[in-house]
Design a protein around this ligand. Sequence first.
Ligand code: UTP
Length: 307
Amino acid sequence: MRQRITKAIFPVAGLGTRFLPATKSIPKEILPLVDRPLIQYCIDEARAAGIKEFIFVTSRGKSALEDYFDNAPQLEKTLRKKGKTELLEELRQTDMESGAIAYIRQKKAKGLGHAVACAHRFIANEPFAVLLPDDVIAAEKPCLQQMVEAWEETRGNMVGVMEVPDDQISSYGVLDVKDDMNRLVAARGLVEKPSIADAPSRLAVVGRYILTPSVMRELRRTDPGVGGEIQLTDAINRTAMQEDNVYGYRFEGTRYDCGSKAGFLEATVDFALRRPELRDRFAGFLRDLPETKPEEKQVVAGALKAI
Ligand code: UTP
């Protein structure tokens, strides 16, 4: 029988320094876009793609994350007593079946690759997904679901990619393109944070991956690379050299880098404007801000039209 992707790793052990002081006591993944924590968007996306087992790589200070997915019997009892059935329904989204969720510790923040490798005991000889909750993707069909459908045809390793402007390319892992087939792009490998001159394309990797067990094996023997961290990119490249099976997938949707303040604010505006109960009031507020320049008013009008 053909293997399916049923396990996903969520590396959430980073320090989140860009959101200090808030992240001194709140994990970044619990910061809400409107009223739902970042992690909820990511879990919903994974569920839509058929993921059944959720593996969180955490660190000290992330207990709020574990509590978020736990039962809240007292709260539920109170809401039931007050007849707040809609809120009870909302709470149900945070319900995780017993045993479907695992938490493991990354003792030191040694990079994304190291965080993924920490989950190796949960991944037997099977492909798996990796989702970074910082990257929130608004899409009609959830991004990972798009990728899983494409992966059913290609197998191998697949990374979510999007075009970025020249001045941003050196902040990303970049695809070395072999064959551009529209949404699907066959790649020779990835280059981590290249200078503009060295960037092999303008296709940047975002936080969605489908990986083979070979990458997990490579990760466990990978030495620290750029910035002294163990890089996922290096392990993917080594697998690519041996197996020639790396693809990029140009997903449909808008990605927000919620690990940065500007990206988080942009996502907040977009997601608030998508909510029917907030849209008119919030759009009016943005339009009427005395500081809003005419071109910014146009952006709000454009965003509203697009939704
Ligand atoms: P980032 O590069 O955004 O780092 O990590 P960060 O620590 O979360 O945030 P800043 O840069 O200090 O503000 C990308 C993803 O990789 C995870 C993070 O939790 C985030 O989901 N990560 C990073 C780990 O799990 N462990 C690490 O050692 C590093």
